[in-house]
Design a protein around this ligand. Structure first.
Ligand code: SF4
Ligand code: SF4
Length: 532
């Protein structure tokens, strides 16, 4: 591996933890089979749930649209294989709440037949960025690094100048290796997607931020960049430190630029995208294929053959585990995501969704059961490791006492929920759970306030409309009275004058309609006398 200079900047805090990545990287990428049944939640992204465009009993083809984005911030959903829609109903999903959500259940016909797809846009450099964004919207692409924000919305940078596109290849969380595997095996897709994105947002340069614990991926990407002679694209190898893949942390590591509190990278001329998302972009633009599968890491001491698989969205975790030889006797806990930011699942009969990057079937020794918390001893360890430079123990006190204004004063929304503070806390306080609770409460009250404001505005609008209608009615009445009150030119009673005028008009009309013989009256008689 060539020498890469150390980045000039480093973020505050963070942790050096055992990465447990080698276990799932020992085997090559595998294609998982198509299961007999797929469960596709309508909400797999940030924003509004998609709306089904199929009905129970419909036959569908692979890649066919089955649910349409219902709002600007929403995402399309396509059939991952051919088959029949057998149910549209609430089903349990992989979510920390353990709740169910509306899903389309598809029974596979085993033939995996593709439906009609849009034409590839090979010459994307000539294409209008708005058309390319529309293609990403059609393909239902969302951030595959875990954020699941619709990519067509994130890449709409109209009115902003983007200097730098950053590809997030850090994959800093222990156990997760799906991006590493993708970059080793399909570096061309990652680079193609990066170039398409660069064209969409007109970025001057592309930086790929990758941790130094991925030498094979670094070599594969560098070879691809060199082979294409891409001078405006550069790999930046960063030290292995969790959470270097946090968006704000990576931006700072690569550029020294700090994204403002509660601000977006766009505000400092930067767009950041995960490498798996860029590969999906290449698939949608260059091959006309929607997002219907993804690479998933399945690892931990509880699974027989840890590794990475390309999996159809909607496949159940149990099918995945069976693909990898089943559970071992040590399997005790099932985690979705990594051990730092992931959450425990109560069942493996849940579907893989667009945001599922990793499942860990863990032994008790690997990921121990939560220990009961003791009171905070104010040791300050959490402050030392917080990459967002917050005061985690203060946030904890405010969240615990439901003082949500204070949590916001202490920048709660800059917390990236990385879990560093909870990891080092000697009192084993589940700090991140308190921050999530506080955020949820604040969002709920903001929604309530917005609803109340909306209702108040509607009421005020309704009242104003009634008042305006009444004023208009009064004005019409006044005008009518005014006309009636006015004296006619002849003087006297205006009502009588109006009746007289009407009678005169009727008499004149009658006279005009009288037949000619009737009209030979006294006026013609002198002429007749003359002739006689
Ligand atoms: S690490 Fe835990 S015990 Fe120490 S100050 Fe932070 S919250 Fe308190
Ligand atoms: S979870 Fe939040 S408060 Fe804790 S270390 Fe990470 S960013 Fe800081």
């Amino acid at each position: 591996m060539p020498e890469y200079p150390k980045p000039a900047w480093d973020f505050h805090g963070g942790l050096h933890i055992d990465d447990h990545k080698s276990e799932s990287l020992a085997t090559p990428l595998r294609e998982a089979g198509i299961p007999t049944s797929l469960t596709l939640p309508l909400q797999q992204h940030i924003g509004q749930a998609a709306e089904p465009v199929v009905q129970v009993g419909d036959e569908v083809l692979k890649g066919q649209l089955i649910a349409r984005a219902s709002d600007y911030v929403s995402a399309n959903l396509h059939a991952p294989t051919s088959g029949r829609v057998v149910e549209i109903a609430e089903r349990p999903i992989a979510h920390p709440s353990g709740l169910s959500a509306q899903c389309i259940v598809l029974e596979s016909d085993g033939q995996d037949r593709w439906g009609e797809l849009p034409e590839p846009i090979e010459n994307y450099r000539e294409a209008d960025p708005a058309d390319l964004r529309e293609r990403l919207r059609w393909a239902g692409i969302v951030g595959l690094g875990g954020a699941v924000f619709p990519t067509s919305v994130k890449t709409n940078t109209t009115g902003r100048v983007i200097d730098t596109l950053i590809l997030n290849a850090a994959e800093c969380e222990p156990y997760i290796t799906c991006d590493d595997r993708l970059m080793r095996d399909h570096p061309g897709d990652v680079i193609d997607g990066a170039l398409i994105l660069q064209h969409i947002v007109s970025a001057g340069q592309v930086l790929i931020g990758i941790e130094q614990n991925k030498p094979e991926a670094i070599a594969a990407l560098q070879a691809e960049i060199d082979a294409r002679g891409l001078n405006e694209m550069r790999l930046v190898v960063v030290p292995t430190k969790y959470p270097s893949g946090g968006e704000k942390q990576l931006i700072y590591l690569l550029t020294g630029i700090e994204v403002p509190s509660r601000g977006l990278p766009l505000e400092v001329g930067i767009l950041c995208q995960n490498v798996a998302t860029t590969a999906a972009i290449a698939d949608a633009v260059l091959r006309g294929r929607p997002l219907i599968s993804r690479i998933v890491t399945l690892t931990g001491e509880g699974v027989t053959q840890p590794g990475n698989l390309r999996v159809a969205i909607g496949t159940s975790i149990r099918d995945l585990v069976n693909e990898m030889g089943g559970y071992t006797a040590q399997a005790q806990r099932l985690i979705m995501g990594g051990p730092m930011m992931g959450f425990a699942l109560g069942s493996d009969e849940l579907p893989v969704v667009k945001g599922s990057n990793c499942f860990i079937a863990a032994s008790r020794e690997e990921i121990p059961d939560p220990v009961s918390a003791s009171p905070c001893i104010r040791c300050g360890e959490c402050v030392k490791v917080c990459p967002a430079q917050l005061l985690p123990q203060q946030l904890y006190w405010f969240a615990r006492s439901r003082d949500f204004d204070k949590t916001q004063d202490h920048h709660l929304f800059d917390c990236i929920e990385c879990g560093c503070c909870a990891y080092v806390c000697p009192a084993h306080i589940p700090l991140v759970q308190y921050y999530r609770f506080a955020k949820t409460e604040i969002w709920a009250s903001e929604r309530e306030r917005a609803k109340a404001d909306h209702a108040r505005r509607r009421h005020e609008f309704h009242e104003a409309r009634l008042k305006r209608l009444e004023e208009e009615r009064q004005a019409r009445l006044r005008k009518k009275k005014e006309v009636l009150r006015k004296k006619p030119a002849s003087g006297g009673d205006p009502k009588k004058a109006a009746i007289d005028a009407a009678m005169k008009r009727v008499a004149a009309k009658k006279a005009a309609q009288r037949p000619p013989e009737q009209s030979q009256g006294p006026e013609q008689a002198p002429e007749q006398e003359k002739e006689a």
